[in-house]
Design a protein around this ligand. Sequence first.
Ligand code: BES
Ligand code: MN
Ligand code: MN
Length: 464
Amino acid sequence: MSSNEAIDYAKKNGATFVAELKDLLRIPSISTTPERVGDVRRAAEFVAEGLRSAGMENVRLIETTTQQRKGHPLVYADWLNAPGRPTVLCYGHYDVQPPDPLDEWKSPPFEPDERDGNIYARGAVDDKGQMWMHVKALESLLKTDGKLPVNIRVIVEGEEEVGGEGIAAFVREHGDQLQADAALVSDTEMFAPDLPTLCVGLRGMIYTELEVRGAAQDLHSGMYGGAAPNPFVALAQMIARLKREDGRIAIPGFYDGIEEPTKAELEAWRSLPFDEEHYRKTEVGSTELTGEEMFSVLERTWSRPTMDVHGMPGGFIGAGAKTVIPAKALAKISFRLVPGMKPEETFAKYKAFVEEVCPKGVQVDVRMIHSGEPIVVSTDNEYIRAAQQAMAQVFGKETVFVRGGGSIPIVGDFVRELGIPTVMMGFGLPDDNLHAPNEKFHIANFHRGIESIIRFFEIVGQSA
Ligand code: BES
Ligand code: MN
Ligand code: MN
């Protein structure tokens, strides 16, 4: 069977694959930072070149534009020479999150460093390393067999970490160019080391900014304190109204229409190997876990909506002390949404509530930065079964189903706009530090990922 040859090829060339990945990780393709626009494009070109030398066809960059600005390019490739066989759409993203706080990294974020079987770098697992597995699985098949067992389209975006508007517009306008029978996404996690995992649900999100204005300009806090409104205090008061101490969000109607997980799903979650105390200590590292106590931690992070504050820029944040009443203050606030919730409706309820509780003397502007819909995928299809089987073969264990608390905005569009089954086969580990200092990818999982993907394509091809 050709997959054996492809797997041998992947094993023989494993070290080269890792070296190439490190070259990609050296490119600081931070999609949210305007100064990095050239680096983001360089990463896109690197991925395009990788697809080309893997033997993929019609490789090109697709420019994206959204309302306000020119976006980062998409990378497209295909190989459609298996008539009668299904077409799989491979998705990944080559953009990364900002690396700060820099001084908490043990090695610099864009100088990949290998330690104890891991590659440390921003983007190692989210998602350059996982996206590269797709490219290398395709290369392994094409270089050994000269063909693929299925038809393949590849779409890799450079704006996932900023909401993925460009790819969403492309799917809406040119969905036909991505026509496929199923999508394969490798941008999620395994539930535990060595436990093959398929992710079958993601939370959606709205990412917002609250801007509060008080005085016409910054003021001396001794001269005016007591009489002039302080926008940070106002912000703190408004934020405190959003979430109750028991973790419940206090926006009227916020929970309306939420779809609960099925009994069977909850049952399956209860049998996952989850140690709450270990999670608290080693992953979270706090003295206590917080949130809605009547829900398990897995429910709280997978099937319950929530609110978080990411930062409050403004005022004086330098070393030392400055006695000022800032004229304005900002808070970056996001909500994670679960099935049954609509981003626009949630935003409208939130905006109305914030405007209602806004203290006197200040004005609040509630802005949406980006949003994405929650999603649960059906598990009753041949693609999920093929993925389950492929991973079980590689790991020698039964594949489990989980949800992810994170969001991948375009996955909802694959399901809704393209109407195709989506397989989220992820190889990250719970302690891979996504979005945090010392992000890593376990190198063994990189190789097992490539093998799982090769096998997945083979199984899908055989079932045709
Ligand atoms: N790969 C993550 C999403 C993820 C992580 C899903 C872990 C499941 C498990 C993705 O790159 C991500 O971080 N998405 C952002 C989306 C946002 C910026 C629109 C997120 O979830 O914060
Ligand atoms: Mn990702
Ligand atoms: Mn991410």
